[in-house]
Design a protein around this ligand. Structure first.
Ligand SMILES: CC(C)[C@H](C(=O)O)[C@@H](O)C(=O)O
Ligand code: SF4
Length: 470
């Protein structure tokens, strides 16, 4: 048999039919839903008088519009309330399993799927959300879909798709102490650009990826979409199996053993063909900080803001100038001299227990309180269960006694669909994944960093090298 990549195997296992032009019909194992991209899909299903094809494949949660402050009084903002109420009503009416706002299993869809074992190796996983790539960390073929596709999946449990090409990003060597999965993925995007993965499914491999925990692998796959690829993948190994075992939706007994026997094949075969291979030496990675309005505009804490005058390419120079104007940054300023107004530790990129531990470790080490120029430092756990675990470990106290706010789970200031946002002109150290203009609030300025870097910046009031504290 010819050697196949992990992506080839997942594709072959799920393809039901392929037309001459390559358009294929894929079977979908898991469909995750949230309040933003589902209302029209449910409405369409209703109008067509169709039922949900396979109820048990669906799992829903509200995450984007939920408040992160006290929720007992419900949602004050009428738009957000309508979004959340609509998802509740649709799920109740059709019998779709949902974790409602005050259920402790509620959280960001990309955190709760894996946490519940609803995301398993070898599955096809879709959700009306671009960061569905996160779930590829489990050796699952996972990507975002549009609202009309959400309706299609609800009605048929299938999806029309075309096969992408295979890209291997190989990160060999050992990551320096104090650097994390976030620094790996930002460095990758810095190297290949936000269009580098367009048309590909990226498999992340190499010793530095294998050494990551599942939380770290999810951080990397989460940002595959920011590298232009719809899906990211990591091969299944013992780390994957140890994480998946015993979760509420995971198989048990004989079924577990049978599943593991299948999952052990979920890696690229030796000699499998990749259309492109990118090599990165983990030892060269330093803590990353974005300086512009795209994730590829990224440098390390040791660098200086770039100077457009030194850029020969007109298009790149123009983009650089626009970004620097929006970000209100002078060329050649040391990244470490950039002062910040707010800090956000959260999002589906970095709100899992390990992320909170990393940030808390820095807070403990540095001591003291958040800097006087930092108006607000938010810590928003990715789920109610992450929050509970963190509280068992005393992390909430570490944060609150240093002046951070400890909030309820949700997307929060990652995209400001709730009350958590930047005011115009405010500058934020954020552990999220997008730094587009206005992403965290109109006129807000976002610098993407790791949890350790965000915590260190909160305490110093400007960016500092987190390697000093870990
Ligand atoms: C709201 C949703 C459609 C969107 C996405 O698809 O990614 C959001 O989660 C984001 O991060 O921008
Ligand atoms: S945390 Fe941010 S990136 Fe993730 S799903 Fe929510 S809004 Fe999108």
């Amino acid at each position: 048999m010819t050697a196949r990549t992990l992506y080839d195997k997942l594709w072959d296992d799920h393809v039901l039919h392929t037309e001459d032009d390559g358009t294929s019909l894929l079977y979908i194992d898991r469909h995750l839903l949230h309040e933003v991209t589902s209302p029209q899909a449910f409405e369409g299903l209703d109008i067509a008088q169709r039922k949900v094809w396979r109820l048990s494949a669906n799992l829903a949660v509200s995450d984007h519009n939920v408040p992160t402050t006290d929720r007992r009084g419900g949602i004050a903002d009428p738009t957000s309330k309508l979004q959340v109420d609509t998802l509740d009503a649709n799920c109740d009416r059709l019998g779709v399993t949902q974790f409602k706002m005050n259920d402790k299993r509620q959280g960001i869809v990309h955190v709760i799927g894996p946490e519940q074992g609803a995301t398993l190796p070898g599955m096809t996983v879709v959700c009306g959300d671009s960061h569905t790539s996160t779930h590829g960390a489990f050796g699952a073929l996972a990507h975002g879909i549009g609202t009309s596709e959400v309706e299609h999946v609800l009605a048929t449990q299938t999806l029309l798709a075309k096969k992408a090409k295979n890209l291997l990003v190989r990160v060999e060597g050992t990551l320096p102490r104090g650097c994390s999965a976030k620094d790996i993925v930002l460095a990758i995007i810095g190297q290949i650009g936000t269009a580098g993965g367009t048309g590909y499914t990226i498999e992340f491999g190499g010793a530095a990826i294998r050494a990551l925990s599942m939380e770290g692998r999810m951080t990397v796959c989460n940002m595959a979409i920011e590298a232009g690829a719809r899906a990211g993948l990591v091969a299944v190994d013992d780390t994957t199996l140890a994480y998946v075992k015993g979760r509420p939706f995971s198989p048990v007994g004989v079924e577990w053993d049978q599943a593991v026997a299948q999952w052990r094949h979920l890696h690229s075969d030796a000699g499998a063909h990749f259309d492109r291979v990118v090599d990165i030496d983990a030892a060269t990675i330093r803590p990353q900080v974005t300086w512009g309005t795209s994730p590829e505009m990224v440098l390390s804490i040791e660098d200086r803001v770039p100077d457009p005058e030194r850029e020969k390419d007109d298009v790149k120079r123009g983009a650089m100038e626009r970004a620097l104007t929006y970000m209100a940054l002078e060329p050649n300023k040391a990244i470490a001299d950039i002062r910040i107004d707010k800090v956000f530790i959260g999002s589906c990129t970095n709100s899992r227990i390990e992320d909170l531990r990393d940030a808390a470790a820095v807070v403990r080490k540095v001591g003291g309180r958040i800097a006087s120029n930092v108006r607000l430092a938010l810590v928003v756990p990715g789920s109610g269960l992450v929050k509970e675990q963190a509280e068992r470990e005393g992390l909430d106290k570490v944060f609150t006694s240093a002046g951070f706010e400890w909030r309820e789970p949700g997307c929060s200031m990652c995209l400001a669909m709730n009350a958590d946002r930047l005011e115009p002109g405010e500058r934020c150290a954020s552990t999220s994944n997008r730094n587009f203009e206005g992403r965290q609030g109109a006129g807000g300025r976002t610098h993407l960093v790791s949890p350790a870097m965000a915590a260190a910046a909160a305490l110093h009031g400007h960016f500092v090298d987190a390697r000093r504290f870990i």
